[in-house]
Ligand binder design. Sequence first.
Ligand code: UGA
Length: 315
Amino acid sequence: MGASKVCLVTGAAGFVGSHLTRRLLDEGCRVIGMDCFTDYYDRRVKEDNVRDFLEHPSFELLREDIVNIDRCGLGGEGVQWVFHQAAQAGVRASWGAEFSHYTHHNVLGTQRLLEWARRHKPEKFIYASSSSVYGESGRLPMGEDDLPRPLSPYGVTKLAAEHLCSLYFRNFAVPAVSLRYFTVYGPAQRPDMAFHRFIKAILAGEEVVVYGTGEQTRDFTFASDIVEANLAAAKSEKSSGRVYNIGGGSRISVNGVLEIISRLAGREVKVRREPVQAGDPPHTYADTSRAREELKFAPQTDLETGLSVMLESFA
Ligand code: UGA
């Protein structure tokens, strides 16, 4: 049965935000999408992501920076669920002068949104956190109670915003939940991310760039599994104030991924090696027992299936 909630999706034109918006509209929800179309990657990609929704009677798009949420007249619409997906993304790009974008969008933006939620009292506030808060936290798989030690400035800002969520929960009862996404992939993946770059290069007969040995591993997670985790967290009565790992259970090395893409695409892979990138954790691996137990989260798409779907989306 549909949920029919009024939802605010920040970052609605982004990779995860657009998948989530589609699912919420299918579920019968009314969605207010908010996105400021930053130019971190080609804005036309984001316009394509929202094009289908613009004609939908239950969708409305606010082209605004969440930092200015108080200026865009979003008040008494009765928003019940907030899905905060907007962020300055990108682990490796967060050094140097770029850092101010990360603090602006990820830290200040989240704080402004939490203040807004404090006043407007949604039933649930889901924050898209990241496996990058762990860095080299020590043990594998990574558990939510491990001490986070981010390796990138990006990870620092994602962790800071997670702490803000717990502060607003404890002090003002904002029903905030943090979902730590582990490297998300699927159709419409951001063009700076590994799978998108790999598939594009392989189909064009060009070299793929591999950072370091390619033996680094990630617990890759298919976009629809991330979407379902968001819905489960929104519907759960236990989730407020909690942090959950959301990982796909498909931990594999970058070299292993390239082998699968090569086989599925029937193409040779030409590799160009570049140095290990500052900020990249050597491994991620999610302990998802908390999400499995409390949210009944169970990833449905294994890597091979997800990669086939992604390859088809490039056809
Ligand atoms: C991704 C997202 O970009 C972050 O926004 C998110 O927060 C993070 O996942 C997360 O899980 O928290 P990342 O794991 O770096 O970050 O995702 P990819 O860009 O898909 O990279 C995966 C691996 O492939 C990394 O080890 C990277 O070094 C490697 N890679 C990437 C290459 O070898 N070559 C490339 O061209 C791109």
